[in-house]
Design a protein around this ligand. Structure first.
Ligand code: NAD
Length: 511
């Protein structure tokens, strides 16, 4: 049951509407074995179907795992330079198709083309180039074991990696996992998020031209059947998951039962702390970037708890609100748009539920009501930037990940007090410190409980940095050479007596 590959032309959005996309298993484009399909709907044009994708279930997962296992020995045995060549060739194709991927992901996710989708498709290409570049760095060590001994370690692939992706920045998350796992000699079964699978299928197609069949398999389906089957499959040697803390807990539990290693990149409620010496426009811009307003706040690293020092509270907030009021909410494909649409009705209802809760409180003031910024005539899941002022760190609005363009602002006076509030969270993914006094800033950076702290800047991750969370924001690191070695290789130790006929040196006791 083969179906056509996704179209390769730089088709306009209209050309793709109604199109059936296949999944990629064992080098073929296939339907689900039970023939079920799912509509992929547009976040920015309510009711518009962008295409249909197969709804994979356990038998499809099994088929993909078998394909990945069959391809593993050949791929793992290649010299690293051969894998490097393939990944660098893919990177070249990704750069060449970056605009097409950006437009497709803008449609798929609702993220604005100019502010989000283009930078994301570039980052994807950078990640393939980076991991292609470091593919030859998967090295072992030799121990100084003495004459006649060769004791060395090799780093081997973990095996078949199951990767489960979210919808909020699918290309970038795919870029954290796919080239890193492949560079280290693993083969993969990747599950795209049900809400934004199209660019992942197009990515699979671009990769396919450079990889042997079965090395990369890409499935589309729902979490409870396809995702759960990947996590539980005994042929999946490692699960690399990015998504919510709630689902991460389930994935970690299921994989843990069969003692399969997992990496979990989960949610966040990151603090952004402004000291009184930083009440300036550059910091306002940085704070709003850190909040990821231009991704509608749908980012795990969003600095969604803004702590403003009382001395500058009103002035900073006024400047921030004035800047946010200039943001253009609109069609993701429009070059003028700063903020696109939320992903779907469920997410829209969830986020607006938090907003309603905030509005209903007597003790909070609404510094900016985002609903007023949505132009009439747009029929998608749009919501403008929303800011709640003089919030308390103990409120649900300040504790839970809203995953929408909603920021809570909390006043503070004392460094100890604000660091205690920043750390009073079950999350620990990112943090942003805004302070011209670098001694004070770095003291805070060291004391904040999170995997990533930025000082006086709020942009995205740097390719090559080890990225990941602490506390309930995750386990493990990705995005770097170290992360690749930690997440996608395992060490084997080999001890050799070089001259077998001679007396053996005394060694340490065996356990
Ligand atoms: P989600 O947890 O609902 O889904 C993520 C993926 O898991 C999807 O592919 C889904 O189909 C799958 N899934 C769902 N149930 C499953 C199950 N029982 N077993 C296996 N797989 C299952 O998350 P989402 O709504 O797609 O994404 C938003 C969340 O992701 C937010 O919480 C965000 O913070 C987090 N996120 C984290 C990072 C990070 O790097 N830490 C990056 C992006 C998103």
């Amino acid at each position: 049951m083969s179906v056509d590959a996704p179209p390769t032309s730089q088709a306009t959005p209209g050309d793709r509407t109604g199109r059936d996309w296949g999944m990629y298993i064992g080098g073929e484009w296939v339907e689900a074995l039970d023939g079920r399909w799912t509509d992929v709907t547009s976040p920015s044009r309510r009711g518009t179907v962008l295409g249909r994708v197969p709804r994979a279930d356990a038998p499809d997962v099994d088929r993909a795992v078998r394909a990945a296992r069959a391809a593993l020995p050949g791929w793992a045995a290649l010299p690293a330079t051969a894998r490097q060549k393939a990944l660098l060739a893919i990177a070249d194709d990704l750069y060449a198709h970056a605009e097409e991927l950006a437009r497709l992901t803008a449609q798929d996710t609702g993220n604005a083309l100019r502010t989000q989708a283009r930078p994301e498709s570039q980052t994807l290409a950078h990640l393939f180039r980076y991991f292609g570049g470091v593919a030859t760095e998967v090295k072992g060590v030799v121990l100084p074991a003495g004459e006649g001994q060769l004791q060395y370690s090799v780093r081997q692939p973990v095996g078949v990696v199951g990767a489960i992706l979210p919808w909020n920045s699918p290309l970038m998350i795919a870029g954290m996992k796919i080239p890193a796992a492949l560079a280290a000699g693993n083969t993969m079964v990747v599950k795209a998020a049900e809400d934004a699978p199209l660019t992942i299928l197009r990515l699979a197609e671009l990769c396919a031209a450079h990889l042997p069949p079965g090395v990369l398999n890409v499935l589309t389906g729902f979490g409870e059947d396809c995702g759960a089957a990947i996590t539980a499959h005994p042929g999946v040697d490692k699960v690399s998951f990015t998504g919510s803390t709630e689902v991460g807990r389930i994935v970690g539990g299921v994989a843990g039962q069969r003692l399969a290693p997992v990496s979990l990149e989960l949610g966040g409620k990151s603090p952004s702390i402004v000291w009184p010496d930083s009440c300036d426009d550059a910091t306002v811009e940085g704070v709003l970037t850190a909040m990821r307003f231009t991704r509608q706040g749908q980012s795990c690293t969003a600095g969604s708890r803004l702590f403003l020092h009382e001395d500058v509270y009103d002035e900073f907030l006024d400047r921030a609100v004035a800047r946010l009021q200039q943001m253009v909410v609109g069609d993701p494909l429009d070059e003028a748009t700063d903020m696109g649409a939320l992903i779907n009705q469920d997410q829209f209802d969830r986020v607006t539920g938090y907003v309603a809760e905030g509005r209903a409180r007597d003790d909070v003031s609404v510094a900016l009501d985002g609903s007023g910024q949505v132009p009439s005539g747009l029929d998608g899941f749009y919501l403008g930037p929303t800011v709640f002022s003089r919030a308390d760190n103990s409120w649900r609005l300040a504790r839970e990940e809203i995953f929408g363009p909603v920021m809570v602002v909390i006043p503070w006076r004392d460094d100890e007090e604000v660091l205690a509030m920043a750390n009073d969270s079950h999350y620990g993914l990112a943090a942003f410190v805004w302070c011209n006094d670098l001694g004070r800033a770095l003291t805070a950076a060291h004391r904040i409980e999170s995997g990533w702290v930025q000082v006086n800047q709020g942009g995205g991750q740097m390719v090559g940095q080890s990225y990941g969370g602490v506390k309930e924001s995750g386990i493990g690191r990705e995005f770097s050479l170290e992360g690749m070695l930690e997440s996608f290789t395992q060490i084997k130790q080999i001890n050799v007596k070089v001259n077998p006929g001679t007396a053996t040196q005394k060694r340490t006791a065996t356990p």
